[in-house]
Design a protein. Structure first.
Length: 354
């Protein structure tokens, strides 16, 4: 049976349309990548709590005059971060942190429009291939959920804390990366549809690597949220020891796993090498199918990320290196998604052979 026989041409009005939709999704994925980078800058500049209200529509406008700025600054003065850490902050310094949080939220609004408006247009034109409408609606819903998660994260730092919950920060970051991966995967499936092929499967091997990658990303988010990168600035040792002295399990083992900066920094360092092994195996499998360019993308992103991680630690959390570390982490997710899809597509092709 031929592959083309499995495509319902009645529900695919034009073979050029899957490519147009795929290109749109990849463009949105680039915007989500930029959102992750700006989110990293917002975190590193400690700007996330500068806007103390959630106004999805009216909040698109920044303060337009000195009275507006004074009002926003007064709201910021009521939260613990100002009272305990930034008391006496100058207005210019407040404007700086306000800008990054506003830019982060504004980019989120733009991404929402960049997804919803073309989706509506493709839908009205009956251009969305059969079976893809639920997936695109799910991505739209995830985007709306992500905005809610963002405010849920910010709200955790407005009353009893001087920072946001690292647990909520992790949910926010991982959801963004999941959305980016979903956009890339769906775009690649649509490109496969253009070639009259079935969507890619998700093999068990890829699920195992996903679990390894998820743990490393979760540890990285916890390290970022707790500022655990500052507890040591040497490598491969931590404060001249392999296992650092500062690990504290006095509040229980489970509490240590999720809350101790020394343990999380240590775990993030060394689980990275488990991930290295897993992704090298993935890249070799991809290369064995003839997709050397995808293998090179995985190796490059992984290698640069490891070097950036080491350099960030040894520089004492240099700002530019820390931002690049988060940015390339997102590129690792993108390249791994590409590799997963390629392997899944190879498996789908096998199932169609007579």
């Amino acid at each position: 049976m031929s592959v083309s026989a499995n495509i319902d041409t009645a529900n695919t009005p034009s073979l050029t349309r899957p490519i147009a939709i795929a290109n749109w999704l990849l463009a949105v994925a680039v915007l989500v990548f930029l959102m992750v980078v700006v989110g990293g800058i917002t975190r590193l500049t400690e700007s996330g709590l500068s806007i103390t209200e959630w106004k999805p529509i009216t909040g698109a406008l920044p303060p337009l005059n000195e009275a507006d700025w004074a009002s926003e600054f007064e709201k910021y003065k009521q939260i613990p971060e100002y009272q305990q850490i930034n008391k006496g902050m100058a207005m210019d310094d407040f404007k700086f942190i306000y800008f990054w949080e506003w830019a982060h939220r504004q980019l989120g609004r733009f991404i929402g429009l960049a997804f919803a408006v073309p989706l509506f247009w493709f839908w009205m034109k009956n251009s969305i291939p059969q079976g893809y409408k639920p997936r695109l609606l799910a991505l739209l819903a995830l985007g709306a959920l992500q905005a809610t998660i963002g405010w849920w994260m910010v709200a955790s730092g407005l009353s009893m804390r001087t920072d946001v919950s690292h647990y909520r920060l992790a949910v926010h970051l991982l959801t963004a990366l999941f959305i980016m991966a979903g956009l890339i995967w769906t775009a690649l499936d649509l490109r496969s549809l253009y070639r009259t092929e079935k969507p890619a499967s998700f093999p068990r091997f890829c699920k195992l690597i996903t679990a390894i990658l998820f743990i490393q990303l979760l540890l990285g988010a916890y390290v970022a949220g707790l500022r655990a990168g500052y507890v040591a600035s040497d490598w491969p040792l931590m404060n001249d020891r392999f296992i650092p002295d500062g690990i504290d399990s006095s509040n229980g083992f489970l509490s240590m796993l999720g809350n101790d900066p020394f343990w999380l920094h240590f775990a993030h360092r060394w689980w990275a090498w488990v991930l290295v092994i897993a992704l090298v195996v993935l890249a070799r499998r991809v290369k064995a199918t003839g997709a050397r360019h995808i293998s090179l993308a995985i190796h490059s992103a992984l290698g640069i990320q490891i070097l950036l991680g080491i350099a960030t630690v040894m520089s004492g959390m240099n700002f530019a290196l820390a931002v690049l570390h988060q940015a390339v982490g997102a590129l690792v997710v993108a390249s791994v998604t590409w590799g997963f899809h390629h392997i899944g597509l190879q498996n789908s092709r096998k199932t169609l052979r007579p």
